[in-house]
Ligand binder design. Sequence first.
Ligand SMILES: O=C[C@H](O)[C@H](O)[C@H](O)COP(=O)(O)O
Length: 220
Amino acid sequence: MNPDEMKKTAAKAALEYVESGAVVGVGTGSTINHFINFLGTIKGKIEGAVSSSESSTARLKALNIPVYDLNTVSDLPVYIDGADESNHYLQLIKGGGGALTREKIITAVSKKFVCIADQSKLVDILGKFPLPVEVIPMARSYVAREIVKMGGEPVYRENFITDNGNQILDIHGLEIMESAKLEAQLNNITGVVTNGLFAMKPANVLILGTPEGAKTIYPK
Ligand SMILES: O=C[C@H](O)[C@H](O)[C@H](O)COP(=O)(O)O
């Protein structure tokens, strides 16, 4: 089974977390694209969706799934999204596709965060995947210098603008032992919008696609 088939397996299994009559939080990325397709098959069962990116919004709308402005939604039972890495506490690195800020906002609003991924995303220590940090454009160099002082190696993601009109620095060379502390430290740098560590509010459930089928993992 190739990684894409494993992503599809995880995406299909996530359907069981979708509540009837509710608005569903929908993330961004290749794994979520499979989930959006599956969601289309049960669209009559849900009220609609909130989405973490313009690309997911376009896919949802193409399937005639109503997409709501998050400001109009007060109750969001579940948010379903992928990840670039997860540790065994279900703390995540996200933002490989640059959607981290909207993803973190929907995570904050949702009652339950169900993460879906192929089995390669589960790691012992976060940081092999470069950690994305969304920055206000005029602050980029300043933020990069601050990250260097912290021991990271920031790399500017060239020719990429987020849906919020900002830029991304990807931090290489990290071995993240204290995820929540690093998440807060990075967010405290002036000019940072947010970073891709989801440690203070980790996922509640991780569904991994494996050749043997979907495997559900709870935080250690
Ligand atoms: O910004 C993108 C998101 O955080 C994605 O959830 C993450 O990059 C994983 O994407 P994929 O499902 O394509 O591996």
